[in-house]
Design a protein around this ligand. Structure first.
Ligand SMILES: CC(C)(COP(=O)(O)OP(=O)(O)OC[C@H]1O[C@@H](n2cnc3c(N)ncnc32)[C@H](O)[C@@H]1O)[C@@H](O)C(=O)NCCC(=O)NCCS
Ligand SMILES: Nc1ncnc2c1ncn2[C@@H]1O[C@H](COP(=O)(O)OP(=O)(O)OP(=O)(O)O)[C@@H](O)[C@H]1O
Length: 230
């Protein structure tokens, strides 16, 4: 099975690209969704540790974590961000591994992992066959972030600064989707990426068949040699 890592910066367009890929039939595992579902819901081990370290003041009245409050805390303090990451990341990776297994057992040939902090944590990169960065220019990124999350320019800049610079991520990827333009333009690039992924799957299949055939052939030759020499 092939693993494809999809990443980018805050509001650079990862979810936009992953929904396009999903529409084309690609299985997607979204780390933000995994984190929301399996990591910070009440009664999970990560939830208890977050409340222990950050205090009950980060809870809503219904006992759930106030994501906005926790976000404000961790995006303004590297120390707190590191603490939250140390609690959540091992749990996120475990939950993602379970989902990868699920797709593997269902016979999928590849799965796309949408992970915002792929290059920051680097835990997953060694297992990936392809890495894709969704890039957009810094001014567009800031304005999309401010518009989507209703935050000030200062808050948006602070959030962007909490991650590895997007330019650096772009240099680490095998494949870049340039998302500063229109959605249509991005869609065209996603179609090309999809074809590339499908082609590399076919290439993998041909390689596996060739290896199997070679192994089969050498098996027959060995068997024949054994009979002739006995
Ligand atoms: C900080 C939290 C509470 C903010 O929740 P909120 O619903 O407002 O945002 P959401 O979860 O949709 O994340 C939005 C984006 O913020 C960025 N982000 C999230 N956590 C972090 C982090 N620890 N460091 C840097 N950027 C982060 C990512 O680009 C992400 O796509 C939440 O993101 C969280 O629990 N983060 C810790 C888990 C984590 O690291 N998630 C990222 C997956 S690798
Ligand atoms: N090409 C585009 N043209 C116009 N708006 C766009 C384009 N791509 C994305 N957007 C908008 O920009 C915002 C950020 O995009 P998106 O949510 O896909 O980013 P993201 O990388 O998943 O963000 P995050 O990591 O913060 O969750 C969204 O409001 C989205 O609708």
């Amino acid at each position: 099975m092939f693993l494809v890592g999809l990443t980018g910066g805050m509001a650079s367009g990862k979810s936009t690209v992953s929904s396009m890929l999903r529409e084309l039939g690609c299985p997607i595992i979204d780390a933000d969704v995994v984190a929301r579902k399996a990591v910070v819901e009440p009664h999970t081990p990560a939830y208890s540790r977050i409340v222990y370290h950050f205090g009950p003041e980060i809870l809503l009245e219904n006992g759930e974590i106030d994501r906005q409050k926790l976000g404000q805390l961790i995006f303004s303090s590297e120390e707190k961000r590191k603490l939250l990451n140390s609690i959540t990341h091992p749990e996120i990776h475990k939950a993602m591994l379970k989902e990868i297994l699920f797709y593997f057992l269902r016979g999928y040939r590849y799965v796309v992992l949408d992970v915002p902090l792929l290059f920051e944590t680097r835990r997953l990169t060694q297992f990936l066959n392809h890495t894709v960065v969704v890039y957009c220019d810094p001014a567009t990124q800031l304005s999309r972030l401010m518009q989507r999350d209703g935050v000030t320019q200062e808050q948006a800049e602070q959030r962007v600064a909490a991650q590895m610079p997007l330019n650096e991520k772009r240099g680490l990827a095998n494949h870049v989707i340039e998302n500063s333009g229109s959605r249509e333009d991005t869609h065209k690039q996603v179609l090309r990426l999809h074809t590339k992924l499908e082609d590399s799957m076919d290439f993998l299949l041909v390689r596996v068949i060739a290896i199997a055939a070679t192994a089969g052939l050498s098996g027959i030759l060995l068997y024949a040699a054994k009979i002739l020499l006995s």
